[in-house]
Design a protein around this ligand. Structure first.
Ligand code: NAD
Length: 359
């Protein structure tokens, strides 16, 4: 298979590296608007490249493209690729506007094409372990989740990520992963969301640097996300992508507590811990027993953190075998809708119900 990579910046390079290691991928062709970036990538990986996306979309030898351009490019590239008959994997966040994300889903449904959004944490072993426990009934019905995420202000001044118009806002751009997971574990529809944010500490960001966001599911379950960017020690790039040196102990934190009717789980990226408790009722008390305590070694970090390799390999396999996406695009759209509703709540200071929030 020959695979197109549309957008050859940081994420495009990651995908190209993965594609080189995946059986059945015979050639990779890259596209980027920046000639300089393209030349560098093509030389480094010894692949062909073009600044004209139509060259790739018109190539009948390319059945699959990865949309790894910065977010403003996601909708036009995804819709054109689907209309050209390509299977598409598009990075999160889906788009800078909810209406654009909806157009992408509608294009997939209209063309009958393959569209998967890059929520690779659904492949990451840390989070699939919780899903496995949920599916095995070990946690019962998930009722309560809490995520605490603290990270440094890794984005340099001038980055497209720091502007709402080009990133769509911090919630979708960074936090969409961390509300997608509770949606997956709880398995119910989100009914309302409420965000409270302090004024930014990082004053040059035109997007928010902090959120306390609580959302309710229609089965009564509740999830909370506390996010703060700034205090942890400054680290070049994304600390989660750095699988060699751990940021544990310098203020970086990324943990979940997941509480169900029969048990609970606690996971922490920087501590490399996965724990499970089982609940029982004795005549005297509610009993909780610590029953599992798992960890992993540094060389496996990639597979426990942002497992983009297994996601890329799975997408190649699914397209080769004619299988549907792991997650239907409508489901990823629901996560996207929640992100925009969380921003709307932060803007207006009120609880936003999902029913009213569609456009
Ligand atoms: N899944 C994840 O965890 C994860 C991690 C990092 C980035 N991302 C997402 O991946 C996307 C790319 O991020 P990045 O870090 O690689 O950004 P980047 O700024 O490093 O690279 C983006 C590249 O896209 C190119 N580009 C922009 N519009 C284009 C178009 N229409 N056609 C072709 N090329 C175009 C730019 O020239 C640039 O080289 C973003 O949407 C980002 O949110 C996801």
């Amino acid at each position: 298979m020959k695979v197109g990579v549309l957008g050859a910046g940081g994420m495009g390079r990651t995908v190209i590296e993965h594609l080189h290691k995946i059986d059945g991928v015979e050639a990779v062709v890259a596209c980027d608007l920046s000639e300089e970036c393209l030349a560098d990538v093509c030389e480094h990986y010894d692949i062909d490249g073009t600044t004209d996306v139509e060259e790739i979309l018109g190539d009948s030898d390319v059945p699959l493209v990865f949309v790894t351009a910065s977010t403003l490019g996601h909708k036009p590239l995804t819709v054109s690729a689907l209309e050209a008959g390509k299977a598409v994997m598009c990075e999160k966040p889906m788009a800078t506007k909810l209406a654009d994300a909806r157009e992408m889903v509608e294009a997939a449904e209209r063309t009958g094409g393959f569209l998967q959004i890059g929520f690779e944490l659904r492949y990451s072993l840390l989070y699939t372990k919780v899903k496995e426990w949920v599916d095995q009934g070990l946690l019962g019905e998930v009722m309560n989740t809490h995520c605490y995420y603290a990270t440094s202000a890794s984005r340099p001044k001038g980055s497209w990520r720091n502007r709402k118009s080009s990133s769509g806002g911090m919630f979708g751009e960074k936090l969409s992963h961390y509300v997608d997971l509770p949606r997956w574990w709880v398995g119910a529809k989100v009914s309302s969301v409420y965000s409270v944010c302090a004024p930014n500490v990082i004053s040059h960001y035109q997007v928010r640097d902090n959120y306390h966001t609580t959302y309710r599911f229609d089965n009564g379950a509740v999830s909370h996300l506390s996010f703060i960017m700034g205090p942890p020690a400054t680290f070049e790039g994304d600390s989660l992508q750095n699988v060699v040196s751990q940021q544990q102990g310098d203020g970086h934190a990324l943990s979940y507590l997941v509480v169900g009717t029969k048990g609970a789980a606690a996971i922490s990226v920087f501590d490399r811990t996965i724990k499970r408790w089982a609940f029982s009722k004795t005549p005297e008390r509610f009993q909780s027993d610590w029953v599992e305590d798992l960890t992993w070694e540094e060389p496996e970090d990639h597979f426990y953190f942002h497992n983009t390799f297994d996601q890329t390999a799975d997408i190649v396999r699914r397209v080769t075998e004619g299988l549907p996406p792991m997650t239907p695009p409508r489901d990823s759209y629901e996560t996207t809708r929640l992100c925009f509703a969380a921003e709307e709540s932060a803007d207006t200071g009120r609880i936003v119900t999902m029913d009213e929030f569609d456009a």
